[in-house]
Design a binder for this molecule. Structure first.
Ligand code: OOG
Ligand code: NI
Length: 409
């Protein structure tokens, strides 16, 4: 056994990155510009070595059912990636019919080796605000009949997770098979079904309108996202969003800032009711880049939420946040290893508001509210962290517990 899970994770992230670069050329531009910006950024603020940051990526995938999510959990466990946090994007200002978690390494040394994380969303078909019982039954039947992951791949993952690694030949095979499970399928799409689901939500169509899943973005980390944004615009790449998350300030970077370029139209084939296949295109895959700052404590997060509620957060930021790591540490607003303000604990997770914004930024059009279905009060099914843990048969880590632990080291 000489390829351990940490090494498998590095290889998985690198292989996905190669695949995505071949499929979405603008991603390669984003990675090149990120690498340049990181090289030019000389400030060492203790938020990650150049080596870690240059290899650092997060991906996003979407699945349809608890069974599919359980397979994802089994698959990612073989790469040392475990579910952290529960995100309910149905609650966002612009609701998306999914619930999500992030699969990522949880120990400091594993994060240092390679922090690859995948934001994973599942379609909330039991939510009657989006799916009436008749549509839900059809969606669930469609999902029940497809197989996103070869059972052999999942069996292999379970064995590797139990052993903590595998031999070199098996490692190559495992990584190759895992990566191909996330490639974009070129099979014809049932046009009627895809359109019907698009009426509910473009995300519903992306998830349950096809028979496979795919990486819908892969995000490099950059040390100066404002500079990245300028350089991408200078190269003629249309960055559609402003930067999401905290505003730029002179003080320490906190949490997560992200920006993206819109999904590009990619050729796809559709099959109509008469079985006729035609060429068309879909915009489903996009580019995103992120900058990470120090993890905030619950008290710090409350400040953050208050700061972001202001009409123009960048002008009033200083009313909520001190301008140095030393003060953030002294006031218990952020996590530092051993309480030392020169050793910030990096924020390893996501932000629900930004995530909902990322989803929306890439949809051509989205119904603005939930559907005509029964009212909220009649929506009895509860999706929460406990439900998630039961669905995948794994503990769902609380991000704050992990930051506490990291700070105590
Ligand atoms: C996931 C969107 C969330 C992020 O960085 O906040 C996300 C998706 O589009 O499936 O990746
Ligand atoms: Ni993302």
């Amino acid at each position: 056994m000489n390829v351990m899970t940490a090494e498998l994770r590095s290889r998985f992230a690198a292989a996905l990155s190669r695949m995505y670069g071949a499929e979405v050329p603008a991603y390669t531009t984003l990675v090149d510009v990120s690498t340049e910006v990181n090289r030019d950024h000389r400030r060492d603020d203790g938020l990650g070595s150049l080596e870690r940051v240059t290899a650092e990526r997060h991906g996003a995938i979407r699945v349809g059912s608890p069974r599919e999510l359980a397979d994802v959990a089994d698959l990612f466990a073989a790469f040392g990636m475990y579910p952290v946090g529960f995100y309910d994007l149905r609650e966002a200002a612009s609701p998306v019919p999914v619930v999500s978690t992030a699969f990522r390494p949880i120990d400091a040394d594993e994060l240092a080796h390679n922090p690859f994380r995948v934001f994973t969303s599942m379609l909330a078909t039991a939510d009657t605000r989006f799916f009436d019982p008749e549509l839900r039954a059809r969606v669930d039947r469609f999902l029940g009949a497809r197989e996103l992951f070869d059972p052999e791949l999942i069996a292999m993952a379970r064995a590797i997770a139990a052993d903590g690694g595998c031999g070199p030949d098996r490692a190559d095979e495992f990584v190759t098979r895992a990566v191909s499970a996330f490639a974009l399928s070129r099979d014809p799409i049932d046009a009627g079904w895809y359109d019907e689901l698009s009426q509910v939500s473009a995300v519903a169509a992306d998830i349950a309108g096809v028979r496979t899943t795919h990486v819908n973005h892969l995000t490099p980390r950059v040390l100066d996202i404002d500079e990245l944004y300028r350089r991408m615009v200078a190269r003629g790449v249309a960055m559609t969003r402003t930067i999401q998350g905290p505003p730029r300030t002179d003080g320490p970077d906190v949490l997560l800032r992200q920006t993206s370029f819109r999904a590009l139209a990619e050729p796809r084939r559709f099959r109509d009711a008469d079985g006729v296949v035609t060429e068309s295109s879909l915009r489903v895959r996009f580019g995103e880049v992120e900058a990470r700052g120090v993890a905030l404590t619950r008290a710090g997060r409350d400040r953050y939420d208050a700061a972001m509620h202001a009409p123009n957060p960048s002008t009033t930021w200083a009313e909520h946040f001190p301008s140095s790591h030393a003060e953030l540490a002294a006031q218990g607003l952020a996590y530092y290893r051993g309480g030392d303000p020169t050793k910030p604990v990096v924020y390893e997770d996501f932000l629900p508001i930004s995530a909902a914004g990322i989803f929306r930024s890439n949809l051509d059009a989205e119904p603005t509210t939930a559907r005509s279905g029964p009212s909220d009060a009649e929506n009895e099914f509860t999706y929460d962290a406990a439900w998630l843990a039961g669905a995948i048969g794994q503990h769902v880590h609380d991000p704050y517990d992990l930051y506490e632990k990291a700070a105590a080291q």
